[in-house]
Design a protein around this ligand. Structure first.
Ligand code: GRF
Length: 216
């Protein structure tokens, strides 16, 4: 089933805390996740995730947004950096930039994102606050293939949690993040084993079109 002779390879793109990156690192070091992270790339030199990567002896690259005010130049630099490693997958883990359409097209089927809402609900920012203000009963997180439309690519996996009375967006974010740390590596496992594939702009599981995201 596995498509990869050795471990699959990835670059992980971050902008901040890097707790999702850490979830990957922990499972890799306990040999549960057979993934070789070749580099962690950040658009923010102060991202705590860079420290996490260095501790795990993973190569880090910083492409500072403010040095590339032109989005096309930023994406080109990012693309050159990724191509040095030729990874099987590009995991966006709290990467807070919107990538240009031609960038996404180049890597279609290889770029995966985690988003803190039950997509298609609440694409974009401030998802926890927006879910609370809309009196939602449920909230959660989604892993999806990245396509040209932001936060709208084919869904792979979701996890759903109740919104509690008196929940604040911070409290809710912490609980959602715990679920993110489960579903993102699980999705990576399915991609690495070749069980999840991207074909005809859709997600497939074991050769069957994934009609609904896997719920965990
Ligand atoms: C996560 O909620 C992720 O879904 C969102 O940004 C947050 C990043 O968290 N895109 P971390 O940097 O992985 O801790």
């Amino acid at each position: 089933m596995n498509n990869f002779n050795q471990n699959a390879t990835a670059t992980v793109l971050i902008s901040g805390g890097g707790s999702n990156l850490q979830a990957f690192i922990d499972l890799i070091s306990s040999k549960i996740l057979k993934l070789n992270i070749l580099a962690v790339i950040s658009d923010n030199k102060n991202a705590h995730g860079l420290i996490r990567a260095k501790k795990a002896k993973i190569k880090t690259i910083c492409i500072e947004s403010k040095k590339y005010p032109n989005k096309k130049n930023f994406d080109q630099k990012l693309s050159e950096s990724i191509d040095m490693f030729d990874p099987n997958f590009i995991f966006l883990a709290g990467f807070m930039r919107i990538l240009r359409k031609d960038f996404v097209k180049k890597y279609e089927g290889k770029i995966i994102n985690i988003h803190p809402s039950l997509l298609p609900k609440y694409p974009g920012l401030n998802t926890h606050q927006r879910a609370i203000e809309s009196n939602e009963k449920w909230h959660g997180c989604s892993v999806h293939f990245v396509t040209e439309e932001v936060d709208q690519g084919p869904l792979i996996m979701q996890s759903k949690i109740p919104i509690l009375n008196n929940d604040s967006s911070d409290k809710l974010a912490i609980r959602v993040l715990k679920r993110e740390h489960i579903i993102y590596p699980k999705t990576a496992e399915l991609l690495i084993s070749g069980r999840i594939k991207y074909k005809n702009s859709q997600a497939w599981l074991d050769g069957q079109l994934l009609q609904k995201p896997i719920m965990l």
